[in-house]
Ligand binder design. Structure first.
Ligand SMILES: C[S@@+](CC[C@H](N)C(=O)[O-])C[C@H]1O[C@@H](n2cnc3c(N)ncnc32)[C@H](O)[C@@H]1O
Length: 297
């Protein structure tokens, strides 16, 4: 089980109140991300409120970072945060927004002004070299591509066709500035989830949101990039969770509600919750689905 921060023993945080800071709900995720956790935020925040104050925050499958931004807005990120993912393009987008905010905004404004079908495919094939240009390209493609999917072919090339949006929000300057501010406290790395073991200490809090174990073969959401996330990865993740737990690190994990997941986390508190999925190629499958929330506090 986990240890709360010794400096703030038993500090409960009331996240049930719909309190937002004066900045209109920003920062919020600046990328559309498959498996984004917006729908599940109330369930996640409710449980984190019970945990109380924690030390450092780790999110090793950060994706769009919905929970990190929500925690930042609620003032819960007091110490450095460690955000990582094994998708290098994603982390480049975060690094660009953090370190080259003005340049990324300027380039996104240019992409916005020139956006059309030809320009989209020109940018899709481009290989910019500077951090700002790489980040702006990724954000531009992400905001304008089909369904906000982030799919790459076997050569690691972004291969999603253009989406049919009337007015895609390509450059949301106030949000990008708020994101850059939130990321000042964050370490950003491209790394596999196992490396959370190198950093997490007692009293820290880790949120794991892995590619979900498929409920059926056709329901797989695991094709984020080459490689996928197989059953052996789910098993390796459960082993990491057990190791962190014995160290006194607090953790919360979301996954699908399947026999494998229930079995892997049988030693933890595990609850069933229902969330709506928004990224699904078949509109008729956009209903509420059962998910598992696993925790050690
Ligand atoms: C369900 S998504 C996370 C969604 C995120 N919580 C959000 O709100 O947008 C899972 C993420 O895990 C990443 N991922 C897949 N395999 C990984 C691995 N072995 N190590 C680290 N990250 C991985 C993917 O790139 C993807 O961003």
């Amino acid at each position: 089980m986990c240890k709360n921060s010794p400096e703030h023993p038993g500090d409960q945080m009331d996240f049930s109140l719909e309190q937002r800071s004066a900045n209109n709900g920003s920062p919020e995720p600046f990328l559309k991300w498959a498996g984004g956790k917006r729908q599940l935020l109330p369930d996640l925040m409710h449980r984190i409120g019970r945990l109380g104050a924690f030390r450092r925050y780790h999110e090793p499958f950060v994706g769009g970072g919905a929970l990190f931004f929500e925690l930042f807005r609620r003032g819960a990120i007091k110490e450095p945060a460690y955000l990582s993912d094994n998708n290098p393009n994603l982390i480049v987008a975060y690094q660009g927004v953090k370190n080259e905010t003005d340049a990324v905004i300027e380039l996104l404004e240019r992409h916005r002004a020139r956006h059309c079908k030809e320009y989209y495919y020109e940018m899709r094939a481009a290989h910019p070299t500077s951090l700002a240009a790489k980040a702006a390209r990724i954000i531009y493609l992400n905001r304008t591509c089909f369904n906000g999917l982030f799919r790459e072919n076997s050569k690691g090339e972004f291969n999603v066709p253009m989406g049919r949006y009337k007015a895609p929000r390509i450059c949301d300057e106030p949000n990008l500035r708020a994101v850059a501010e939130a990321l000042k406290k964050a370490h950003l790395d491209t790394r596999p989830f196992q490396s959370v073991l190198d950093r997490a200490k007692p009293g820290d809090f880790v949120y794991f949101d892995p590619p979900y174990h498929p409920v059926s073969d056709t329901a797989s959401f695991t094709a984020y990039q080459k490689g996928g996330f197989a059953e052996q990865d789910q098993r390796a993740l459960a082993a990491v969770a057990r190791e962190l737990s014995t160290r006194g690190v607090c953790l919360l994990l979301s996954n699908s509600w399947t026999p494998l997941v229930r079995d892997l986390y049988a030693d933890f508190a595990i609850e069933q919750v229902f969330a709506r999925r928004s990224v699904n190629s078949r509109a008729d499958k956009r209903g509420a689905v059962a998910e598992a929330l696993v925790r050690n506090f």
